[in-house]
Each structure stands twice: as C-alpha cells, then as structure tokens.
Design a protein around this ligand. Structure first.
Ligand SMILES: Cc1cc2nc3c(=O)[nH]c(=O)nc-3n(C[C@H](O)[C@H](O)[C@H](O)COP(=O)(O)O)c2cc1C
Length: 172
C-alpha cells in the first residue's frame, strides 16, 4: 500500500481510549481494535496482514524504532512516544507500550501494543528531540550510519541526565 503524504493536520483521541494492535514476529498486524481502526482511517481488512510501518510517519526517527525492536526482541517491554500517519495523511501522537507475547513453550510468539494519549508537555520535549535525531539521520548518505549516529546522540542525551530510555520517557 502507498504511504500517504502528511497533511500536517493533527487528530486526537479521548483520554479514556486505548489504541491496541497485535503483530506477528515480523511486525505484521494480526489484530486492531475499533479505536485503532477508527483513528487510522483504514478498514480492518486493510490493516490485517499489513506491516505495522503502514502507519509510519516520516517525522519518526529510525533510531527510536531500532530501540523498540531491539528491546522487544530481547523479551522486554518498552514505552515510546510515536507519531503515526492516518490513511488520509493526518497524524496523531501516542504514548505506546509495546510488549512481547509469549507462547506456552516460553518463546516469543508475537507483539502487542497499547497506546494512550500523551501529555502535551511531554510532546513539547519529544518533538524537538525527534527533530534533532531526524536531522542527524538525514546528514548521512547511508541510512544505517545515520541511524547509528542518531542512536549515539540519543544515548548520550540519556547519559547526560543519568537515565535509561524508559525512565526518561516517564520523566517527560
Ligand atoms: C506491536 C508493534 C506495534 C507497533 N506500532 C507501531 C506504530 O504504531 N507506528 C509505527 O510507525 N510503527 C510501529 N511499530 C514498528 C514498525 O514495525 C516499524 O518498525 C516502524 O514503523 C518503522 O518502519 P521501518 O522499520 O520500515 O522503517 C510497531 C511494531 C510492533 C511490533
């Protein structure tokens, strides 16, 4: 499916709502709740089976998704601020909680994400942070080097405040 062009128009959802999706091991969507379907603008049929980067917004730094995947593939949970694209190019910010799902033999069988409305004051810090990480990523001609440089910058900013990524997310 084609990625929409961002409109710059923000969508919001209610504080009591939770946007839920589940994926297989490769990040293909296997479940989407009604709130996800409504805000994304896609039908359930259009979402199921698609890679989760269907809703990836170009403003999101690659290094954040690298940290997300490294963390969940290691069997741990992660909280992250994410901006997502709707089918018509509008966007919405979330505070996402992503976790592995385990089968009875103790292996990771997929992943699960619940997202709620982020605090506005946290976004005031996240938006410039992500912008600076994107700038670093864009400064390298090859994306892998750019992502590594942005990861170094993110980790050094965390180091400067003496926090792990999840502590930092909650302190925002
Ligand atoms: C359970 C789960 C939920 C995810 N939710 C999102 C999401 O809401 N938005 C998003 O852009 N990527 C999400 N991702 C990450 C995507 O799989 C993908 O890594 C990301 O969109 C970056 O795309 P790219 O790897 O093609 O650059 C999620 C992954 C998992 C496993």
């Amino acid at each position: 499916m084609e990625h929409p062009i961002p409109t710059g128009q923000e969508r919001t959802f209610a504080d009591h709502e939770i946007i839920v999706s589940k994926t297989d091991l490769k990040g293909r969507i296997t479940y989407a709740n009604q709130t996800f379907i409504e805000i994304s603008g896609y039908t359930e049929e259009e979402l199921l089976g698609q890679p989760h980067n269907l809703i990836r917004h170009p403003d999101m730094p690659r290094c954040v998704f690298k940290l997300l995947w490294d963390t969940i593939q290691a069997g741990e949970e992660i909280f992250a601020y994410v901006v997502n694209l709707c089918m018509n190019g509008d966007h919405y910010w979330v505070l996402a909680h992503v976790t592995p799902t385990w089968n009875l033999s103790g292996q990771i069988s997929g992943y699960h994400s619940s997202r709620r409305v982020p605090e506005r004051k946290a976004l005031e810090k996240v938006i410039p942070l992500y912008r600076s990480l994107k700038r670093i990523e864009g400064a390298s001609s090859d994306w892998r080097t750019g992502m590594q440089n942005a990861t170094v910058e993110l980790l050094s900013q965390l180091d400067a405040v003496g926090m792990e990524y999840d502590e930092y997310v909650f302190a925002l």
